[in-house]
Design a binder for this molecule. Structure first.
Ligand code: NAD
Length: 427
């Protein structure tokens, strides 16, 4: 593919996930209403991208520098919204792609946000809690001109959590001279966080899977599930599937893969990870080769780790009936073609993992009004928004004979571009 619209700061040799995002936009562009065609270019360019240097003092007294990013992909429909990732492989291209997918996702579930994302290139496993706190505070301070409750609202992503959000909220608030709870979501409940936010992405993954399974006649009761990633999204997805009668037969994290055709003891795995920070040495399941995870016999496959995990090297081995994308960008376009040819459906990331940002939206609303909802109320509203979004996408896919991803992109891109077109150009 040519890259006529690559920003000058992304090299054509190493476009990374941004390339995948662009390919997805190119595929649906011709399907959009003709009146929107002149505005498609908007989706091919992030609105603003910031690269920051983060010097921090390590516990041993030395100073180390890390690179951080914050990208606003599009803010036509509202303030930017998207997580912050700490990972050794984070790049600007990856953050741009994740911000682009947030633009589409927020429009798919129709929450009034644009798309944003942030990241820091650091291996958090190599650092103490005190070092990560200093890094988080410096990062927040460096991106403070871009964030704010009506500007851009960060949230947790890989290797960040409610504690990280508390440090971000505190640092931003110190700069403002007042407590600003609405600057981040995914906070601890004691600081204006929302009940149900912790499990929200996993719960949304389950709701999307349930709706797809109903139409494809795959019973959840007794179904076998394989989950890649056993963090916030993977663990909650696995647990909620199991609560509904499914059997989680395989899990994989960055350290190993565990398999038990009779079903894994998820509570024991969760306890092990809380203590040891990985699945390695967990007291249940048989360790298998990481590559064999993809060939595990199952009905549902939930990738909930990194991008491009399902690719041309393993797509032929997958036997699942349905892939539900808990992660962002886990399936490459090449793999998607192979899977489509083999009759394996995919519930795409921009729908399947939108439960997190949906409850983040509830949290933001609750912070503004200082009035907090019950967990039941949150879970019910989440279920309704996810089911409605699924229905609309399924219907469009049927009517126009599209994949679920293409249908989701048509709905998401149309909402973003309608807002863009109506706002017009400034000046
Ligand atoms: P997390 O840090 O809580 O967990 C990540 C998990 O992935 C860990 O178990 C880790 O060991 C595993 N992992 C990392 N590298 C791996 C590899 N190479 N192979 C196998 N496993 C690997 O992160 P999370 O918040 O659960 O995010 C996971 C994915 O879900 C990401 O793509 C993220 O963007 C997406 N997502 C997260 C949220 C959220 O609310 N946290 C919302 C929407 C989407």
């Amino acid at each position: 593919m040519n890259h006529p619209v690559l920003p000058s700061y992304i090299s054509a040799e190493n476009v990374g996930p941004w390339h995948i995002y662009l390919q997805q936009v190119e595929q649906v562009a011709p399907l959009l209403d003709k009146s929107l065609h002149p505005w498609v270019e908007t989706l091919r360019r992030p609105k603003r991208s910031l690269i920051v240097d983060l010097p921090i003092r390590l516990d041993n007294g030395e100073v180390a520098h890390f690179e951080g990013y914050r990208v606003h992909h599009n803010t036509s429909r509202g303030p930017g919204k998207g997580g912050v990732r700490f990972h050794q492989d984070v790049t600007l291209s990856e953050v741009m792609a994740l911000a682009g997918w947030m633009t589409i996702k927020n429009a798919v579930v129709n929450v009034p946000f644009g798309g944003a994302k942030g990241g820091v290139r650091i291996d958090p496993r190599q650092h103490s809690c005190a070092e990560l706190e200093r890094l988080t505070r410096r990062y927040t301070s460096e991106i403070s001109s871009m964030i704010g409750p009506d500007r851009d609202i960060p949230a947790p992503d890989m290797n960040t959590n409610a504690q990280t959000m508390a440090w971000m909220m505190d640092t931003y608030s110190m700069g403002e001279g007042r407590t600003v709870t609405g600057v981040v979501t995914g906070k601890p409940v004691s600081l204006g966080g929302s009940l149900g936010r912790q499990d929200a992405t996993g719960r949304g993954v389950f709701v999307a899977a349930r709706e797809a399974a109903r139409r494809l006649n795959i019973p959840i009761e007794g179904a076998r599930v394989a989950v890649q990633g056993f963090g916030n999204v993977g663990e909650a997805s696995a647990r909620i599937f199991a609560q509904h009668g499914a059997k989680v037969v395989a899990v994989q994290d960055a350290s190993c893969t565990l398999y038990d055709p009779a079903g894994l003891d998820l509570a024991a795995l969760k306890r092990h990870v809380a203590e040891h920070r990985s699945l390695l040495g967990a007291p249940c399941g048989e360790p298998i080769e990481n590559a064999d995870f993809w060939a595990v016999p199952c009905e549902f496959l939930v990738p909930a780790a990194l991008e491009s995990q399902i690719n041309r090297y393993n797509a032929e081995r997958i036997v699942a009936k349905l892939i539900v994308e808990g992660a962002n960008g886990p399936t490459t376009p090449e793999a998607e073609l192979i899977l489509a040819g083999r009759g394996i459906s995919i519930v795409p990331d921009v729908l399947a993992n939108a439960g997190g940002v949906t409850v983040s939206y509830f949290e933001w609303v609750q912070d503004f009004s200082s009035f907090f909802w019950s967990e039941d109320e949150i879970n019910q509203r989440l279920d309704r928004i996810m089911s409605d979004a699924f229905n609309a996408i399924w219907q469009l896919a049927e009517d126009r004979r599209l994949t679920l991803r293409a249908a989701a992109f048509v709905i998401g891109c149309s909402r973003v571009l309608e807002a863009r077109a109506t706002r017009g150009l400034y000046p």
